[in-house]
Design a protein around this ligand. Structure first.
Ligand SMILES: *Cc1c(COP(=O)(O)O)cnc(C)c1O
Length: 214
């Protein structure tokens, strides 16, 4: 069996053994070539993530035509000039954090007659170097997204790397519940069990499935 499938199965097993909740596993395949992704697709895995639009268009345009069950997630920063490619190709966008971007998505989804599912990214640790909206602006921004017709299903975060991820995860869960949102995108290779413990429904796993990125 291909090593990526073994790795995916062990992530799955660990969740089943150590957690009462379940979460969808997004295999984050950024930087990895199609040959490394193909075994997972043939194994029947559905959710894949990329963080760069250009790379995703090159890798996934044909694959998505041939495998209709694949769901593609954009987990990286999105610039407004690339929104048209993203609405065309991706099923989920995890990085919506400003009104200009929300307006652009609103326009493009009308043109394509197709609504990607949206996560609002929150800068949960208030880190200057990170994107995401401030939690104090969340409700207003959420309302604007709804007025613009966006299909907002949840919130997403990349917590600070300070060993206190559980604190941030539990705060995210509260913010998400306050808006009555069903989905929560948090947890990566190093912290997904804690994320699931605090209600994550989509974990984004890269290196634990594909190996280290060079
Ligand atoms: C790369 C990436 C991941 C996956 O990271 P790993 O630590 O390799 O699991 C998850 N989320 C985002 C936003 C990423 O850019």
């Amino acid at each position: 069996m291909h090593y990526t499938i073994n790795n995916l199965l062990s992530v799955n097993n660990e969740i089943e053994k150590k957690s009462n909740n379940k979460a969808n596993i997004i295999a984050v395949s950024k930087t990895f070539p199609i040959e490394k992704i193909m075994p997972l697709i043939e194994h029947g895995h559905e959710h894949f993530g990329e963080n760069k639009v250009q790379e995703a268009v090159e890798k996934w345009s044909n694959l998505k035509k041939n495998f209709a069950n694949i769901k593609l997630h954009l987990v990286g920063k999105l610039q407004t000039n690339k929104v048209k490619y993203v609405v065309d190709l991706f099923d989920y966008i995890h990085s919506v954090d400003n009104i200009k971007l929300a307006m652009k998505i609103s326009n493009e989804q009308k043109k394509f007659n197709k609504k990607p599912k949206i996560f609002i990214q929150i800068n949960i640790g208030n880190e200057i170097q990170k994107t995401g909206i401030n939690k104090n602006e969340l409700r207003n921004f959420y309302n604007s997204c709804i007025e613009l017709g966006l299909d907002v299903i949840g919130t997403m975060c990349l917590p600070p790397d300070d060993g206190k991820s559980e604190l941030y995860f539990s705060e995210m869960k509260k913010l998400n519940d306050n808006l009555n949102l069903k989905e929560l995108s948090m947890g990566m290779s190093a912290d997904y069990l804690n994320a699931i413990k605090h209600g994550s429904t989509f974990i984004r796993i890269g290196s634990k499935i594909f190996g280290p990125r060079s």
